[in-house]
Design a protein around this ligand. Structure first.
Ligand code: ZN
Ligand code: ZN
Length: 272
């Protein structure tokens, strides 16, 4: 995996679920861990969010001198896995964490809200790895990867990330509303990307019941994917009430009309 990581550009889905982790036989196909995606691009190993899926970070990556973590926002489902990230237990490594300022808190302050006593016994600083925090704004660089940030539509705010390097472009849009108002801006941001990871927590009917919860529908994700001409679309942030049977049927309906899309599954790898 090390050679693979340094020489190839790929995405590995570590967690797919939104809101809370789920377990049980009806969740085995798509997975029950909350959002975490590993992106290896232009020689950089980048984690997108730190849900419970982060626990499955491949062991082959633990020797890397540095791993980056981009936090879309610090709702618990996107950060609760951080204390159990296997990389944090590695002596001599360095974890760089990036987040936009939210709620008057810088990056470190947001992480510390959950990952410190009394909600967690230790802070990241008490782990063997060095932790470096970066409070970012609308664009920054990770080595040879350029990162652009767009503000999404979500309670408390959310950062949508566009990562470009080595001639490839990946867009991560978890936890955001896609509707008539937001669609044009989102399509411009994600234009011609190689891979779009897009919130699709709800069916159309569920979205109509919860238009202000800060999430999108499967149909809206497909509409965005087509409009921005994403080479591939993966729907992420699956609703905790959606079993494998529900998601398989929805995925089939979507792929019947839009072949270059699918629903993210834990352990799925996409070569860019
Ligand atoms: Zn979420
Ligand atoms: Zn959220």
């Amino acid at each position: 995996m090390t050679q693979f990581c340094l020489q190839d550009d790929f995405v590995l889905i570590l967690g797919t679920r939104g809101s809370v982790p789920v377990s049980g036989g009806e969740y085995l196909y798509y997975g029950g861990s909350t959002m975490c995606v590993l992106l290896c691009l232009a020689g950089e190993a980048v984690l997108l969010d730190a849900g419970t899926g982060i626990r499955s970070l491949p062991g082959e990556l633990l020797h890397l001198p540095r791993i980056r973590l981009l936090l879309s926002h610090c709702h618990a489902d996107h950060i609760i896995g951080l204390p159990m990230c296997p990389y944090l237990a590695r002596g001599g490594g360095r974890l760089d964490i990036y987040a936009v300022q939210r709620g008057g808190l810088d990056c470190k302050g947001q992480v510390a809200r959950l990952v410190s006593p009394p909600l967690w016994p230790v802070t990241p600083e008490q782990m063997p790895v060095e932790t470096v925090y970066h409070t970012v704004q609308d664009c920054f660089r990770l080595g040879d990867v350029a990162v652009d940030v767009m503000e999404g539509s979500h309670p408390g705010g959310v950062s949508l990330f566009r990562l470009t390097g080595n001639g490839r472009r990946v867009v991560y849009m978890s936890d955001t509303v896609i509707d008539g108002e937001t669609l044009p801006g989102l399509a411009a941001f994600a234009k011609d990307c190689d891979l779009l990871l897009c919130d699709g927590q709800y069916s159309e009917e569920e979205f109509r019941e919860r238009p202000h919860f800060g999430h999108s529908s499967w149909d809206a994700a497909a509409k965005l994917g087509r409009l921005c001409r994403a080479k591939k679309l993966l729907v992420v942030h699956h609703d905790p009430w959606h079993t494998d049977d529900i998601l398989k049927e929805a995925e089939k309906n979507m792929t019947d009309s839009y072949p270059d899309c699918g629903f993210a599954r834990e352990g799925m790898a996409v070569r860019l």
